[in-house]
Design a protein around this ligand. Structure first.
Ligand code: PGA
Length: 248
């Protein structure tokens, strides 16, 4: 299994930010882990062009369930692939909160992504109230069951555990809490997908930065990270790529 350092630029970045991509590729021409950046849709084609001939992969942040049609403002998985993406983030908590996305919709989007040849990074995570109520494993288990499609494989699906309260806050769960959730996700995937589950990458996301990456990557069943704020600067994201490459 090749570990994955994934950057989620969210609604940040214009063409000027592509200088960061060049700096990242120059600093990490051949890291031991896979390296992915998911810019806003407006930058996918330009970023894919900037990354041509390099190992950097490009992804979208969302896609529609359909392939084409009368859906103003939406983008299909095939369009993302056509623009140069090979991944797409689905069911991020900001999509779930801002656009009311539920598990069944995320699952349908993941099926569309698979049909277009994209690897889906499917996000799950509890709110602070859910954690305080002791419901974390129940919540992430149910999101996992509802959001991951039956045809998921190690090649076409990646799971990202992102506690909602850790995103953009500088707060992270303890390493033991991360280990508990990732172990639970691995076990649920194994129940459903059998031996295939061992190769499915489980990313941790939520306030990952250069200063905490090494300790998080040492946690069992953490196969990489989904990084928001710290993915915007090549120096920070590169340090996280370096930490993941050094993890065994
Ligand atoms: P953050 O975001 O690294 O800025 O906390 C992570 C994410 O939402 O993917």
């Amino acid at each position: 299994m090749k570990k994955l350092a994934a950057g989620n630029w969210k609604m940040n970045g214009t063409a000027a930010a592509l200088a960061e991509v060049k700096a990242l590729i120059d600093a990490y021409p051949d890291p031991a882990c896979e390296m992915l950046l998911c810019p806003p849709a407006t930058l996918i084609a330009q970023m894919a062009w900037a990354a041509r001939g390099s190992v950097l992969k490009i992804g979208g942040q969302d896609c529609h369930t359909g392939t084409s049609g009368a859906h103003t403002g939406d983008i299909s998985a095939a369009m993302l692939a056509d623009a140069g993406a090979s991944y797409v983030i689905l069911g991020h908590s900001e999509r779930r909160a801002d656009h009311g996305e539920r598990d069944a919709l995320v699952r349908a989007k993941a099926e569309a992504a698979r049909a277009a040849g994209l690897t889906a990074v499917i996000c799950v995570g509890e709110t602070e109230a859910e954690r305080d109520a002791g419901r974390t494993l129940e919540v992430v288990g149910s999101q996992l069951a509802g959001s991951v499609p039956d045809g998921a494989t190690a090649a076409n699906a990646v799971i990202a555990y992102e506690p909602v309260w850790a995103i953009g806050t500088g707060r992270t769960p303890t390493l033991a809490e991360i280990a508990e959730v990732h172990g639970h996700l691995r076990a649920r995937l194994a129940e459903r997908f059998g031996p295939e589950a061992a190769g499915m990458r489980l990313l941790y996301g939520g306030s990952v930065k250069p200063s905490n990456a090494t300790e998080i990557f040492a946690v069992a069943n953490v196969d990489g990270a989904l990084v928001g704020g710290a993915s915007l600067k090549a120096a920070d994201f590169g340090a996280i790529v370096g930490a993941l490459s050094a993890a065994d």
